[in-house]
Design a protein around this ligand. Structure first.
Ligand code: UDX
Length: 445
């Protein structure tokens, strides 16, 4: 096992550090934001990720995992340094590499022995080569090092499971020594026959972009099919189920909704478009998926207008703010985009989310949040379900109808059954499931 330093204590850095320590490595996590390190050393988390606090506590108590304010010392004491810092987008597809490059410079200044430098952050193709240039330049011939690209495929809310049960581990390097050290770090995952993809740095970097872009295209595709369902009386759930039974398609990522959000898909699709265009290629398909995704927010508002034609001055209860369930992350959340449209229409918005309200208010300070969903629904002219939290699936429909001003629901995550909602007396719209005229539904039982 190895001495590892993880630079960056966000979603990727913390999960990677905790899991690598659980696999038997000695891991020190550092961050330029010392507030995060102090929160972690107080036994708390700067982010919400199910199971992470327990995993961290277990490995801190075994002295395999620690959080240090001494960045330089942690780098110097490590054989392997992971760069897991943010690579924000400027909204036009330009990936901001300042944090990644800053980490590389910090490593160069503390290159006291041979090190493997692993980039875990999602970066444009060619960044690994750039990092080598920076470290070569700043370290002026100090001990050798190797650059490795090891992209992450962690979904927020299931990140620990995704790390410990990966479909594949991608290792981009030209060095046999570096590859061998990486297989040692991943220990039991390597020994348990997890597929390891060994390739060069550029290919590993593009695998990450291509994977996320494909998943984004798949989501925009099913959302486009859902919009066609709404106009044809077809049921998108049955379409998706039948499509997914084809092994070449797979049933995953075929859930129609308000569009994708999060810190990855929106940024990575724009990043892929940018890197293609810089090289004279127009990625029409990925650009179309981005356009469909942005438009899907408006499709949800148009559904609301069917139930509440004149939105001005009307009260809309928004249930769910996070970009997906089991996270407090609201980055690029469809919910926030839709709320901004409602506020522009001069609606009165009442919001609820189990964990994401604090983060939502950083983005929309005037957002009126409530500690429970029923208070948020009080007197509302309609509800919009925008995140498929499990607790929203068990809502008391009788109480909901009593609290609402009008029994209108726009279910943007298809968590309720259309026929049941009609029988309960709601005016109910969802995504790609027009109220079925015939009782029979062709879904496989
Ligand atoms: C994604 C990738 O899945 C992961 O491999 C990568 O490392 C990081 O980005 P994440 O953004 O955390 O993970 O969440 P994910 O579960 O992929 O969902 C992304 C967005 O797509 C969410 O807004 C979700 O609501 C939406 N989505 C997902 C759909 O609208 N329909 C689907 O079928 C699946």
């Amino acid at each position: 096992m190895k001495n590892i330093c993880i630079m960056g204590t966000g979603y990727v850095g913390l999960v990677t550090g905790a899991c690598l320590s659980d696999l038997g490595n000695k891991v020190r996590c550092v961050d330029i934001d010392l507030k995060k390190i102090r929160i972690l050393n107080d036994g708390k988390l700067p982010i919400y990720e199910p199971g992470l606090q327990e995993l961290i506590n277990n490995n801190v108590s075994r002295e395999r995992l620690s959080f240090s304010e001494d960045i330089k010392g942690s780098i110097r004491d490590s054989e392997v340094v992971f760069i897991a810092v943010g690579t924000p987008s400027d909204g036009n597809g330009n990936v901001d590499l300042r944090y990644v490059e800053g980490a590389a410079e910090m490593i160069a200044q503390n290159l006291n022995d041979f090190k493997i430098i692993v980039n875990k952050s999602t970066v444009s193709v060619g960044t690994g080569r750039r990092l080598k240039e920076i470290i070569d330049d700043k370290s002026s011939g100090k001990p050798e090092f190797e650059i490795v690209s090891n992209p992450e495929f962690l979904r927020e809310g299931s990140a620990i499971n995704d790390f410990m049960h990966p479909d594949r581990i991608v290792i981009g390097t030209n060095s046999e020594k570096a590859f061998d050290i990486m297989t040692e770090i991943y220990g039991s995952l390597y020994l348990m026959e997890t597929p390891f993809i060994k390739t060069n740095v550029e290919t590993a970097e593009l695998i990450k972009y291509a994977s996320n872009a494909f998943l984004s295209v798949k989501i925009s595709f099913i959302n486009e099919i859902a919009n066609i369902c709404d106009k044809t009386g077809a049921d998108v759930h049955v379409v998706a189920k039948a499509m997914g039974l084809d092994g070449r398609i797979s049933p995953k990522f075929l859930h129609a909704g308000p569009g994708f959000g999060g810190s990855c898909f929106p940024k990575d699709t724009l990043g892929l478009v940018q890197l293609a265009k810089e090289r004279g290629i127009t990625p029409n398909l990925v650009e179309a998926a981005i356009k469909v995704n942005i438009n899907q927010r408006m499709v949800m508002v148009e559904k609301l207008k069917k139930l509440v034609p004149n939105l001005k001055g009307k009260t809309i209860a928004v249930l769910g703010l996070a970009f997906k369930p089991n996270t407090d992350d609201v980055r690029e959340s469809p919910a926030l985009d839709i709320i901004k449209i409602l506020l522009e229409e001069e609606c009165i918005v009442r919001a609820y989310d189990p964990v994401a309200m604090d983060n939502a208010k950083k983005s929309i300070p005037e957002l009126n949040c409530f500690d429970n969903m029923m208070d948020a629904c009080e007197g509302a002219d309609s509800v919009m379900i925008l995140t498929e939290w499990n607790e929203l699936r068990q809502i008391d429909l009788n109480m909901l109808k009593e609290r609402l001003g009008s029994p209108n629901i726009v279910d943007c995550r298809n968590i309720y059954d259309p026929k049941k909602m009609k029988d309960e007396g709601f005016n109910y719209l969802s995504v790609g499931r027009p109220l079925l005229k015939d009782e029979f539904n062709a879904v496989q039982v």
